[in-house]
Ligand binder design. Sequence first.
Ligand code: GLA
Length: 381
Amino acid sequence: MNYESISQSFSSYFNAKPKFIVRAPGRVNLIGEHTDYNDGFVLPMAIDREVCIALNPRDDETIRLFSLDLKSDSVFNLHSLTPSDGWIEYPKGVANQLLKAGYQLKGFDAVVTGDVPQGAGLSSSAALELATAKAFAMSSGFEWDAVEMAKLCQRAENEWVGVNSGIMDQMASAACKAGYAMFLDCRSLEIQHVPLPQRVSVVILDTSTRRGLVESAYNERRSQCEEAARWFGVKALRDVRLDSEKWKIESRKMKEERELVFKRARHVISENERVLEAIEVMKKGNVKRLGELFNESHESLKNNFEVTNEALNIMVECAREQAGCYGARMTGAGFGGCAVALVDDENVEAFVKAVETVYKQRSGLEASVYVCKASEGASQV
Ligand code: GLA
């Protein structure tokens, strides 16, 4: 991101220098998919794509946001927040939650820009939410508590925007550390920063497909998981393990009577175990096994959780065939968007070119493939 040019855009739009520049990143989830709303484990890392806001505090309660990408201006007042539509609902939802939580907010003038692809499963909305929260922290002078802000932004997304997402994306955008992946226990919100393997690149593979109706399919998966938890008599699927008596006895009956619910549960429970194993093998530097876990995760998302689409399956196949690829899987909510691959540094350049070519041949679609850097959670520039 070119902060100098954002600062200049601010100056030419508002005729003043911005007092603050803040940013919050998108994320790629390495492993632990559809586990967050089951109180489970995830392993995202923040990426070097972000939402950036340059701002100047105001003396009143007006928020004026100029989107550099859309070349359009949006204005709202902190004390008469009313729902409308479009991207401005994210900042509005965050303001609403901050006010509800008792923060004293000041207005600001701002320009906003971002390079997280939208609808690709890289959390462009969480990045916008956390960047907004950070902008308020600067304009209003309150202390930044990453976990608190992540929870608040998730509530904004759930209640104001109306998307029933889990806590992973906001936690990743708020609390990741540069150079590390973040192991998160979504029940306790305890964090462990795990160093990324050496001499290995994390590559994002955008299929360029964006599927509609993601929300209803997402909510359907959530309720199937809740049904499974009730079946097992536990608070969340996090509380069941594949080697437990509970699973052995109950899952057989479930498979006969509620096959889909059984498949969903099998994905979540096995995925949680894969995340725990991923942490162990990363600590030992066993990239080969980490790659296998990526592959197993994808197969489970494809066959049990059924949230991949053809483009994602083709993409993952193209990636796995290339020299130096340890493993590949879809990432994010699914139904379209991106996959992620682990690739040996020595092969990565050839990998990017080959995947783009082979993917196009097989799918007829144009891929965007890029190596990404693990970056820092929301911060002031
Ligand atoms: C979306 C949601 C997250 C998480 C993932 C799937 O990104 O926002 O909370 O559930 O899907 O792992």
